[in-house]
Design a protein around this ligand. Structure first.
Ligand code: FES
Length: 108
């Protein structure tokens, strides 16, 4: 089978401008990070260099994305005061307040 050696086309300036315009801010544990329209919470956190946002109940071991498709529940995070949100499925929205989740995520 023949494979093209052509490079994929570069995004036009208009496309790059649109992508920048679609960027917005969310916070993670009080730190402002940038997210893009359509990105999941996990993708936004990864893009900001954050790879763990939950601590396990027993040992307090850090967790982030494992499966990335909503199956394993390793990526649970608190979004806008709602614990146990799967970061790999929930879309980031402007102004979201994302917080590290400890244990079961339930307070008290
Ligand atoms: S990474 Fe497995 S459910 Fe999100």
């Amino acid at each position: 089978m023949f494979r093209s050696r052509r490079r994929p086309p570069r995004p036009s300036e208009a496309a790059r401008t649109t992508a920048r315009a679609a960027a917005f801010t969310v916070t993670f544990d009080g730190r402002e990070i940038e997210a893009l329209a359509g990105q999941t919470v996990a993708a936004a956190l990864w893009a900001a260099g954050i790879t763990s946002w939950r601590m396990t109940r027993g040992s307090g071991a850090p967790r982030g994305v494992f499966c990335g498709i909503g199956v394993c529940f390793d990526c649970l995070v608190d979004v806008n005061g709602r614990p146990n949100q799967r970061a790999c499925l929930v879309r980031a929205e402007p102004g979201d307040v994302i917080r590290t989740q400890e244990g079961t995520g339930h307070h008290g």
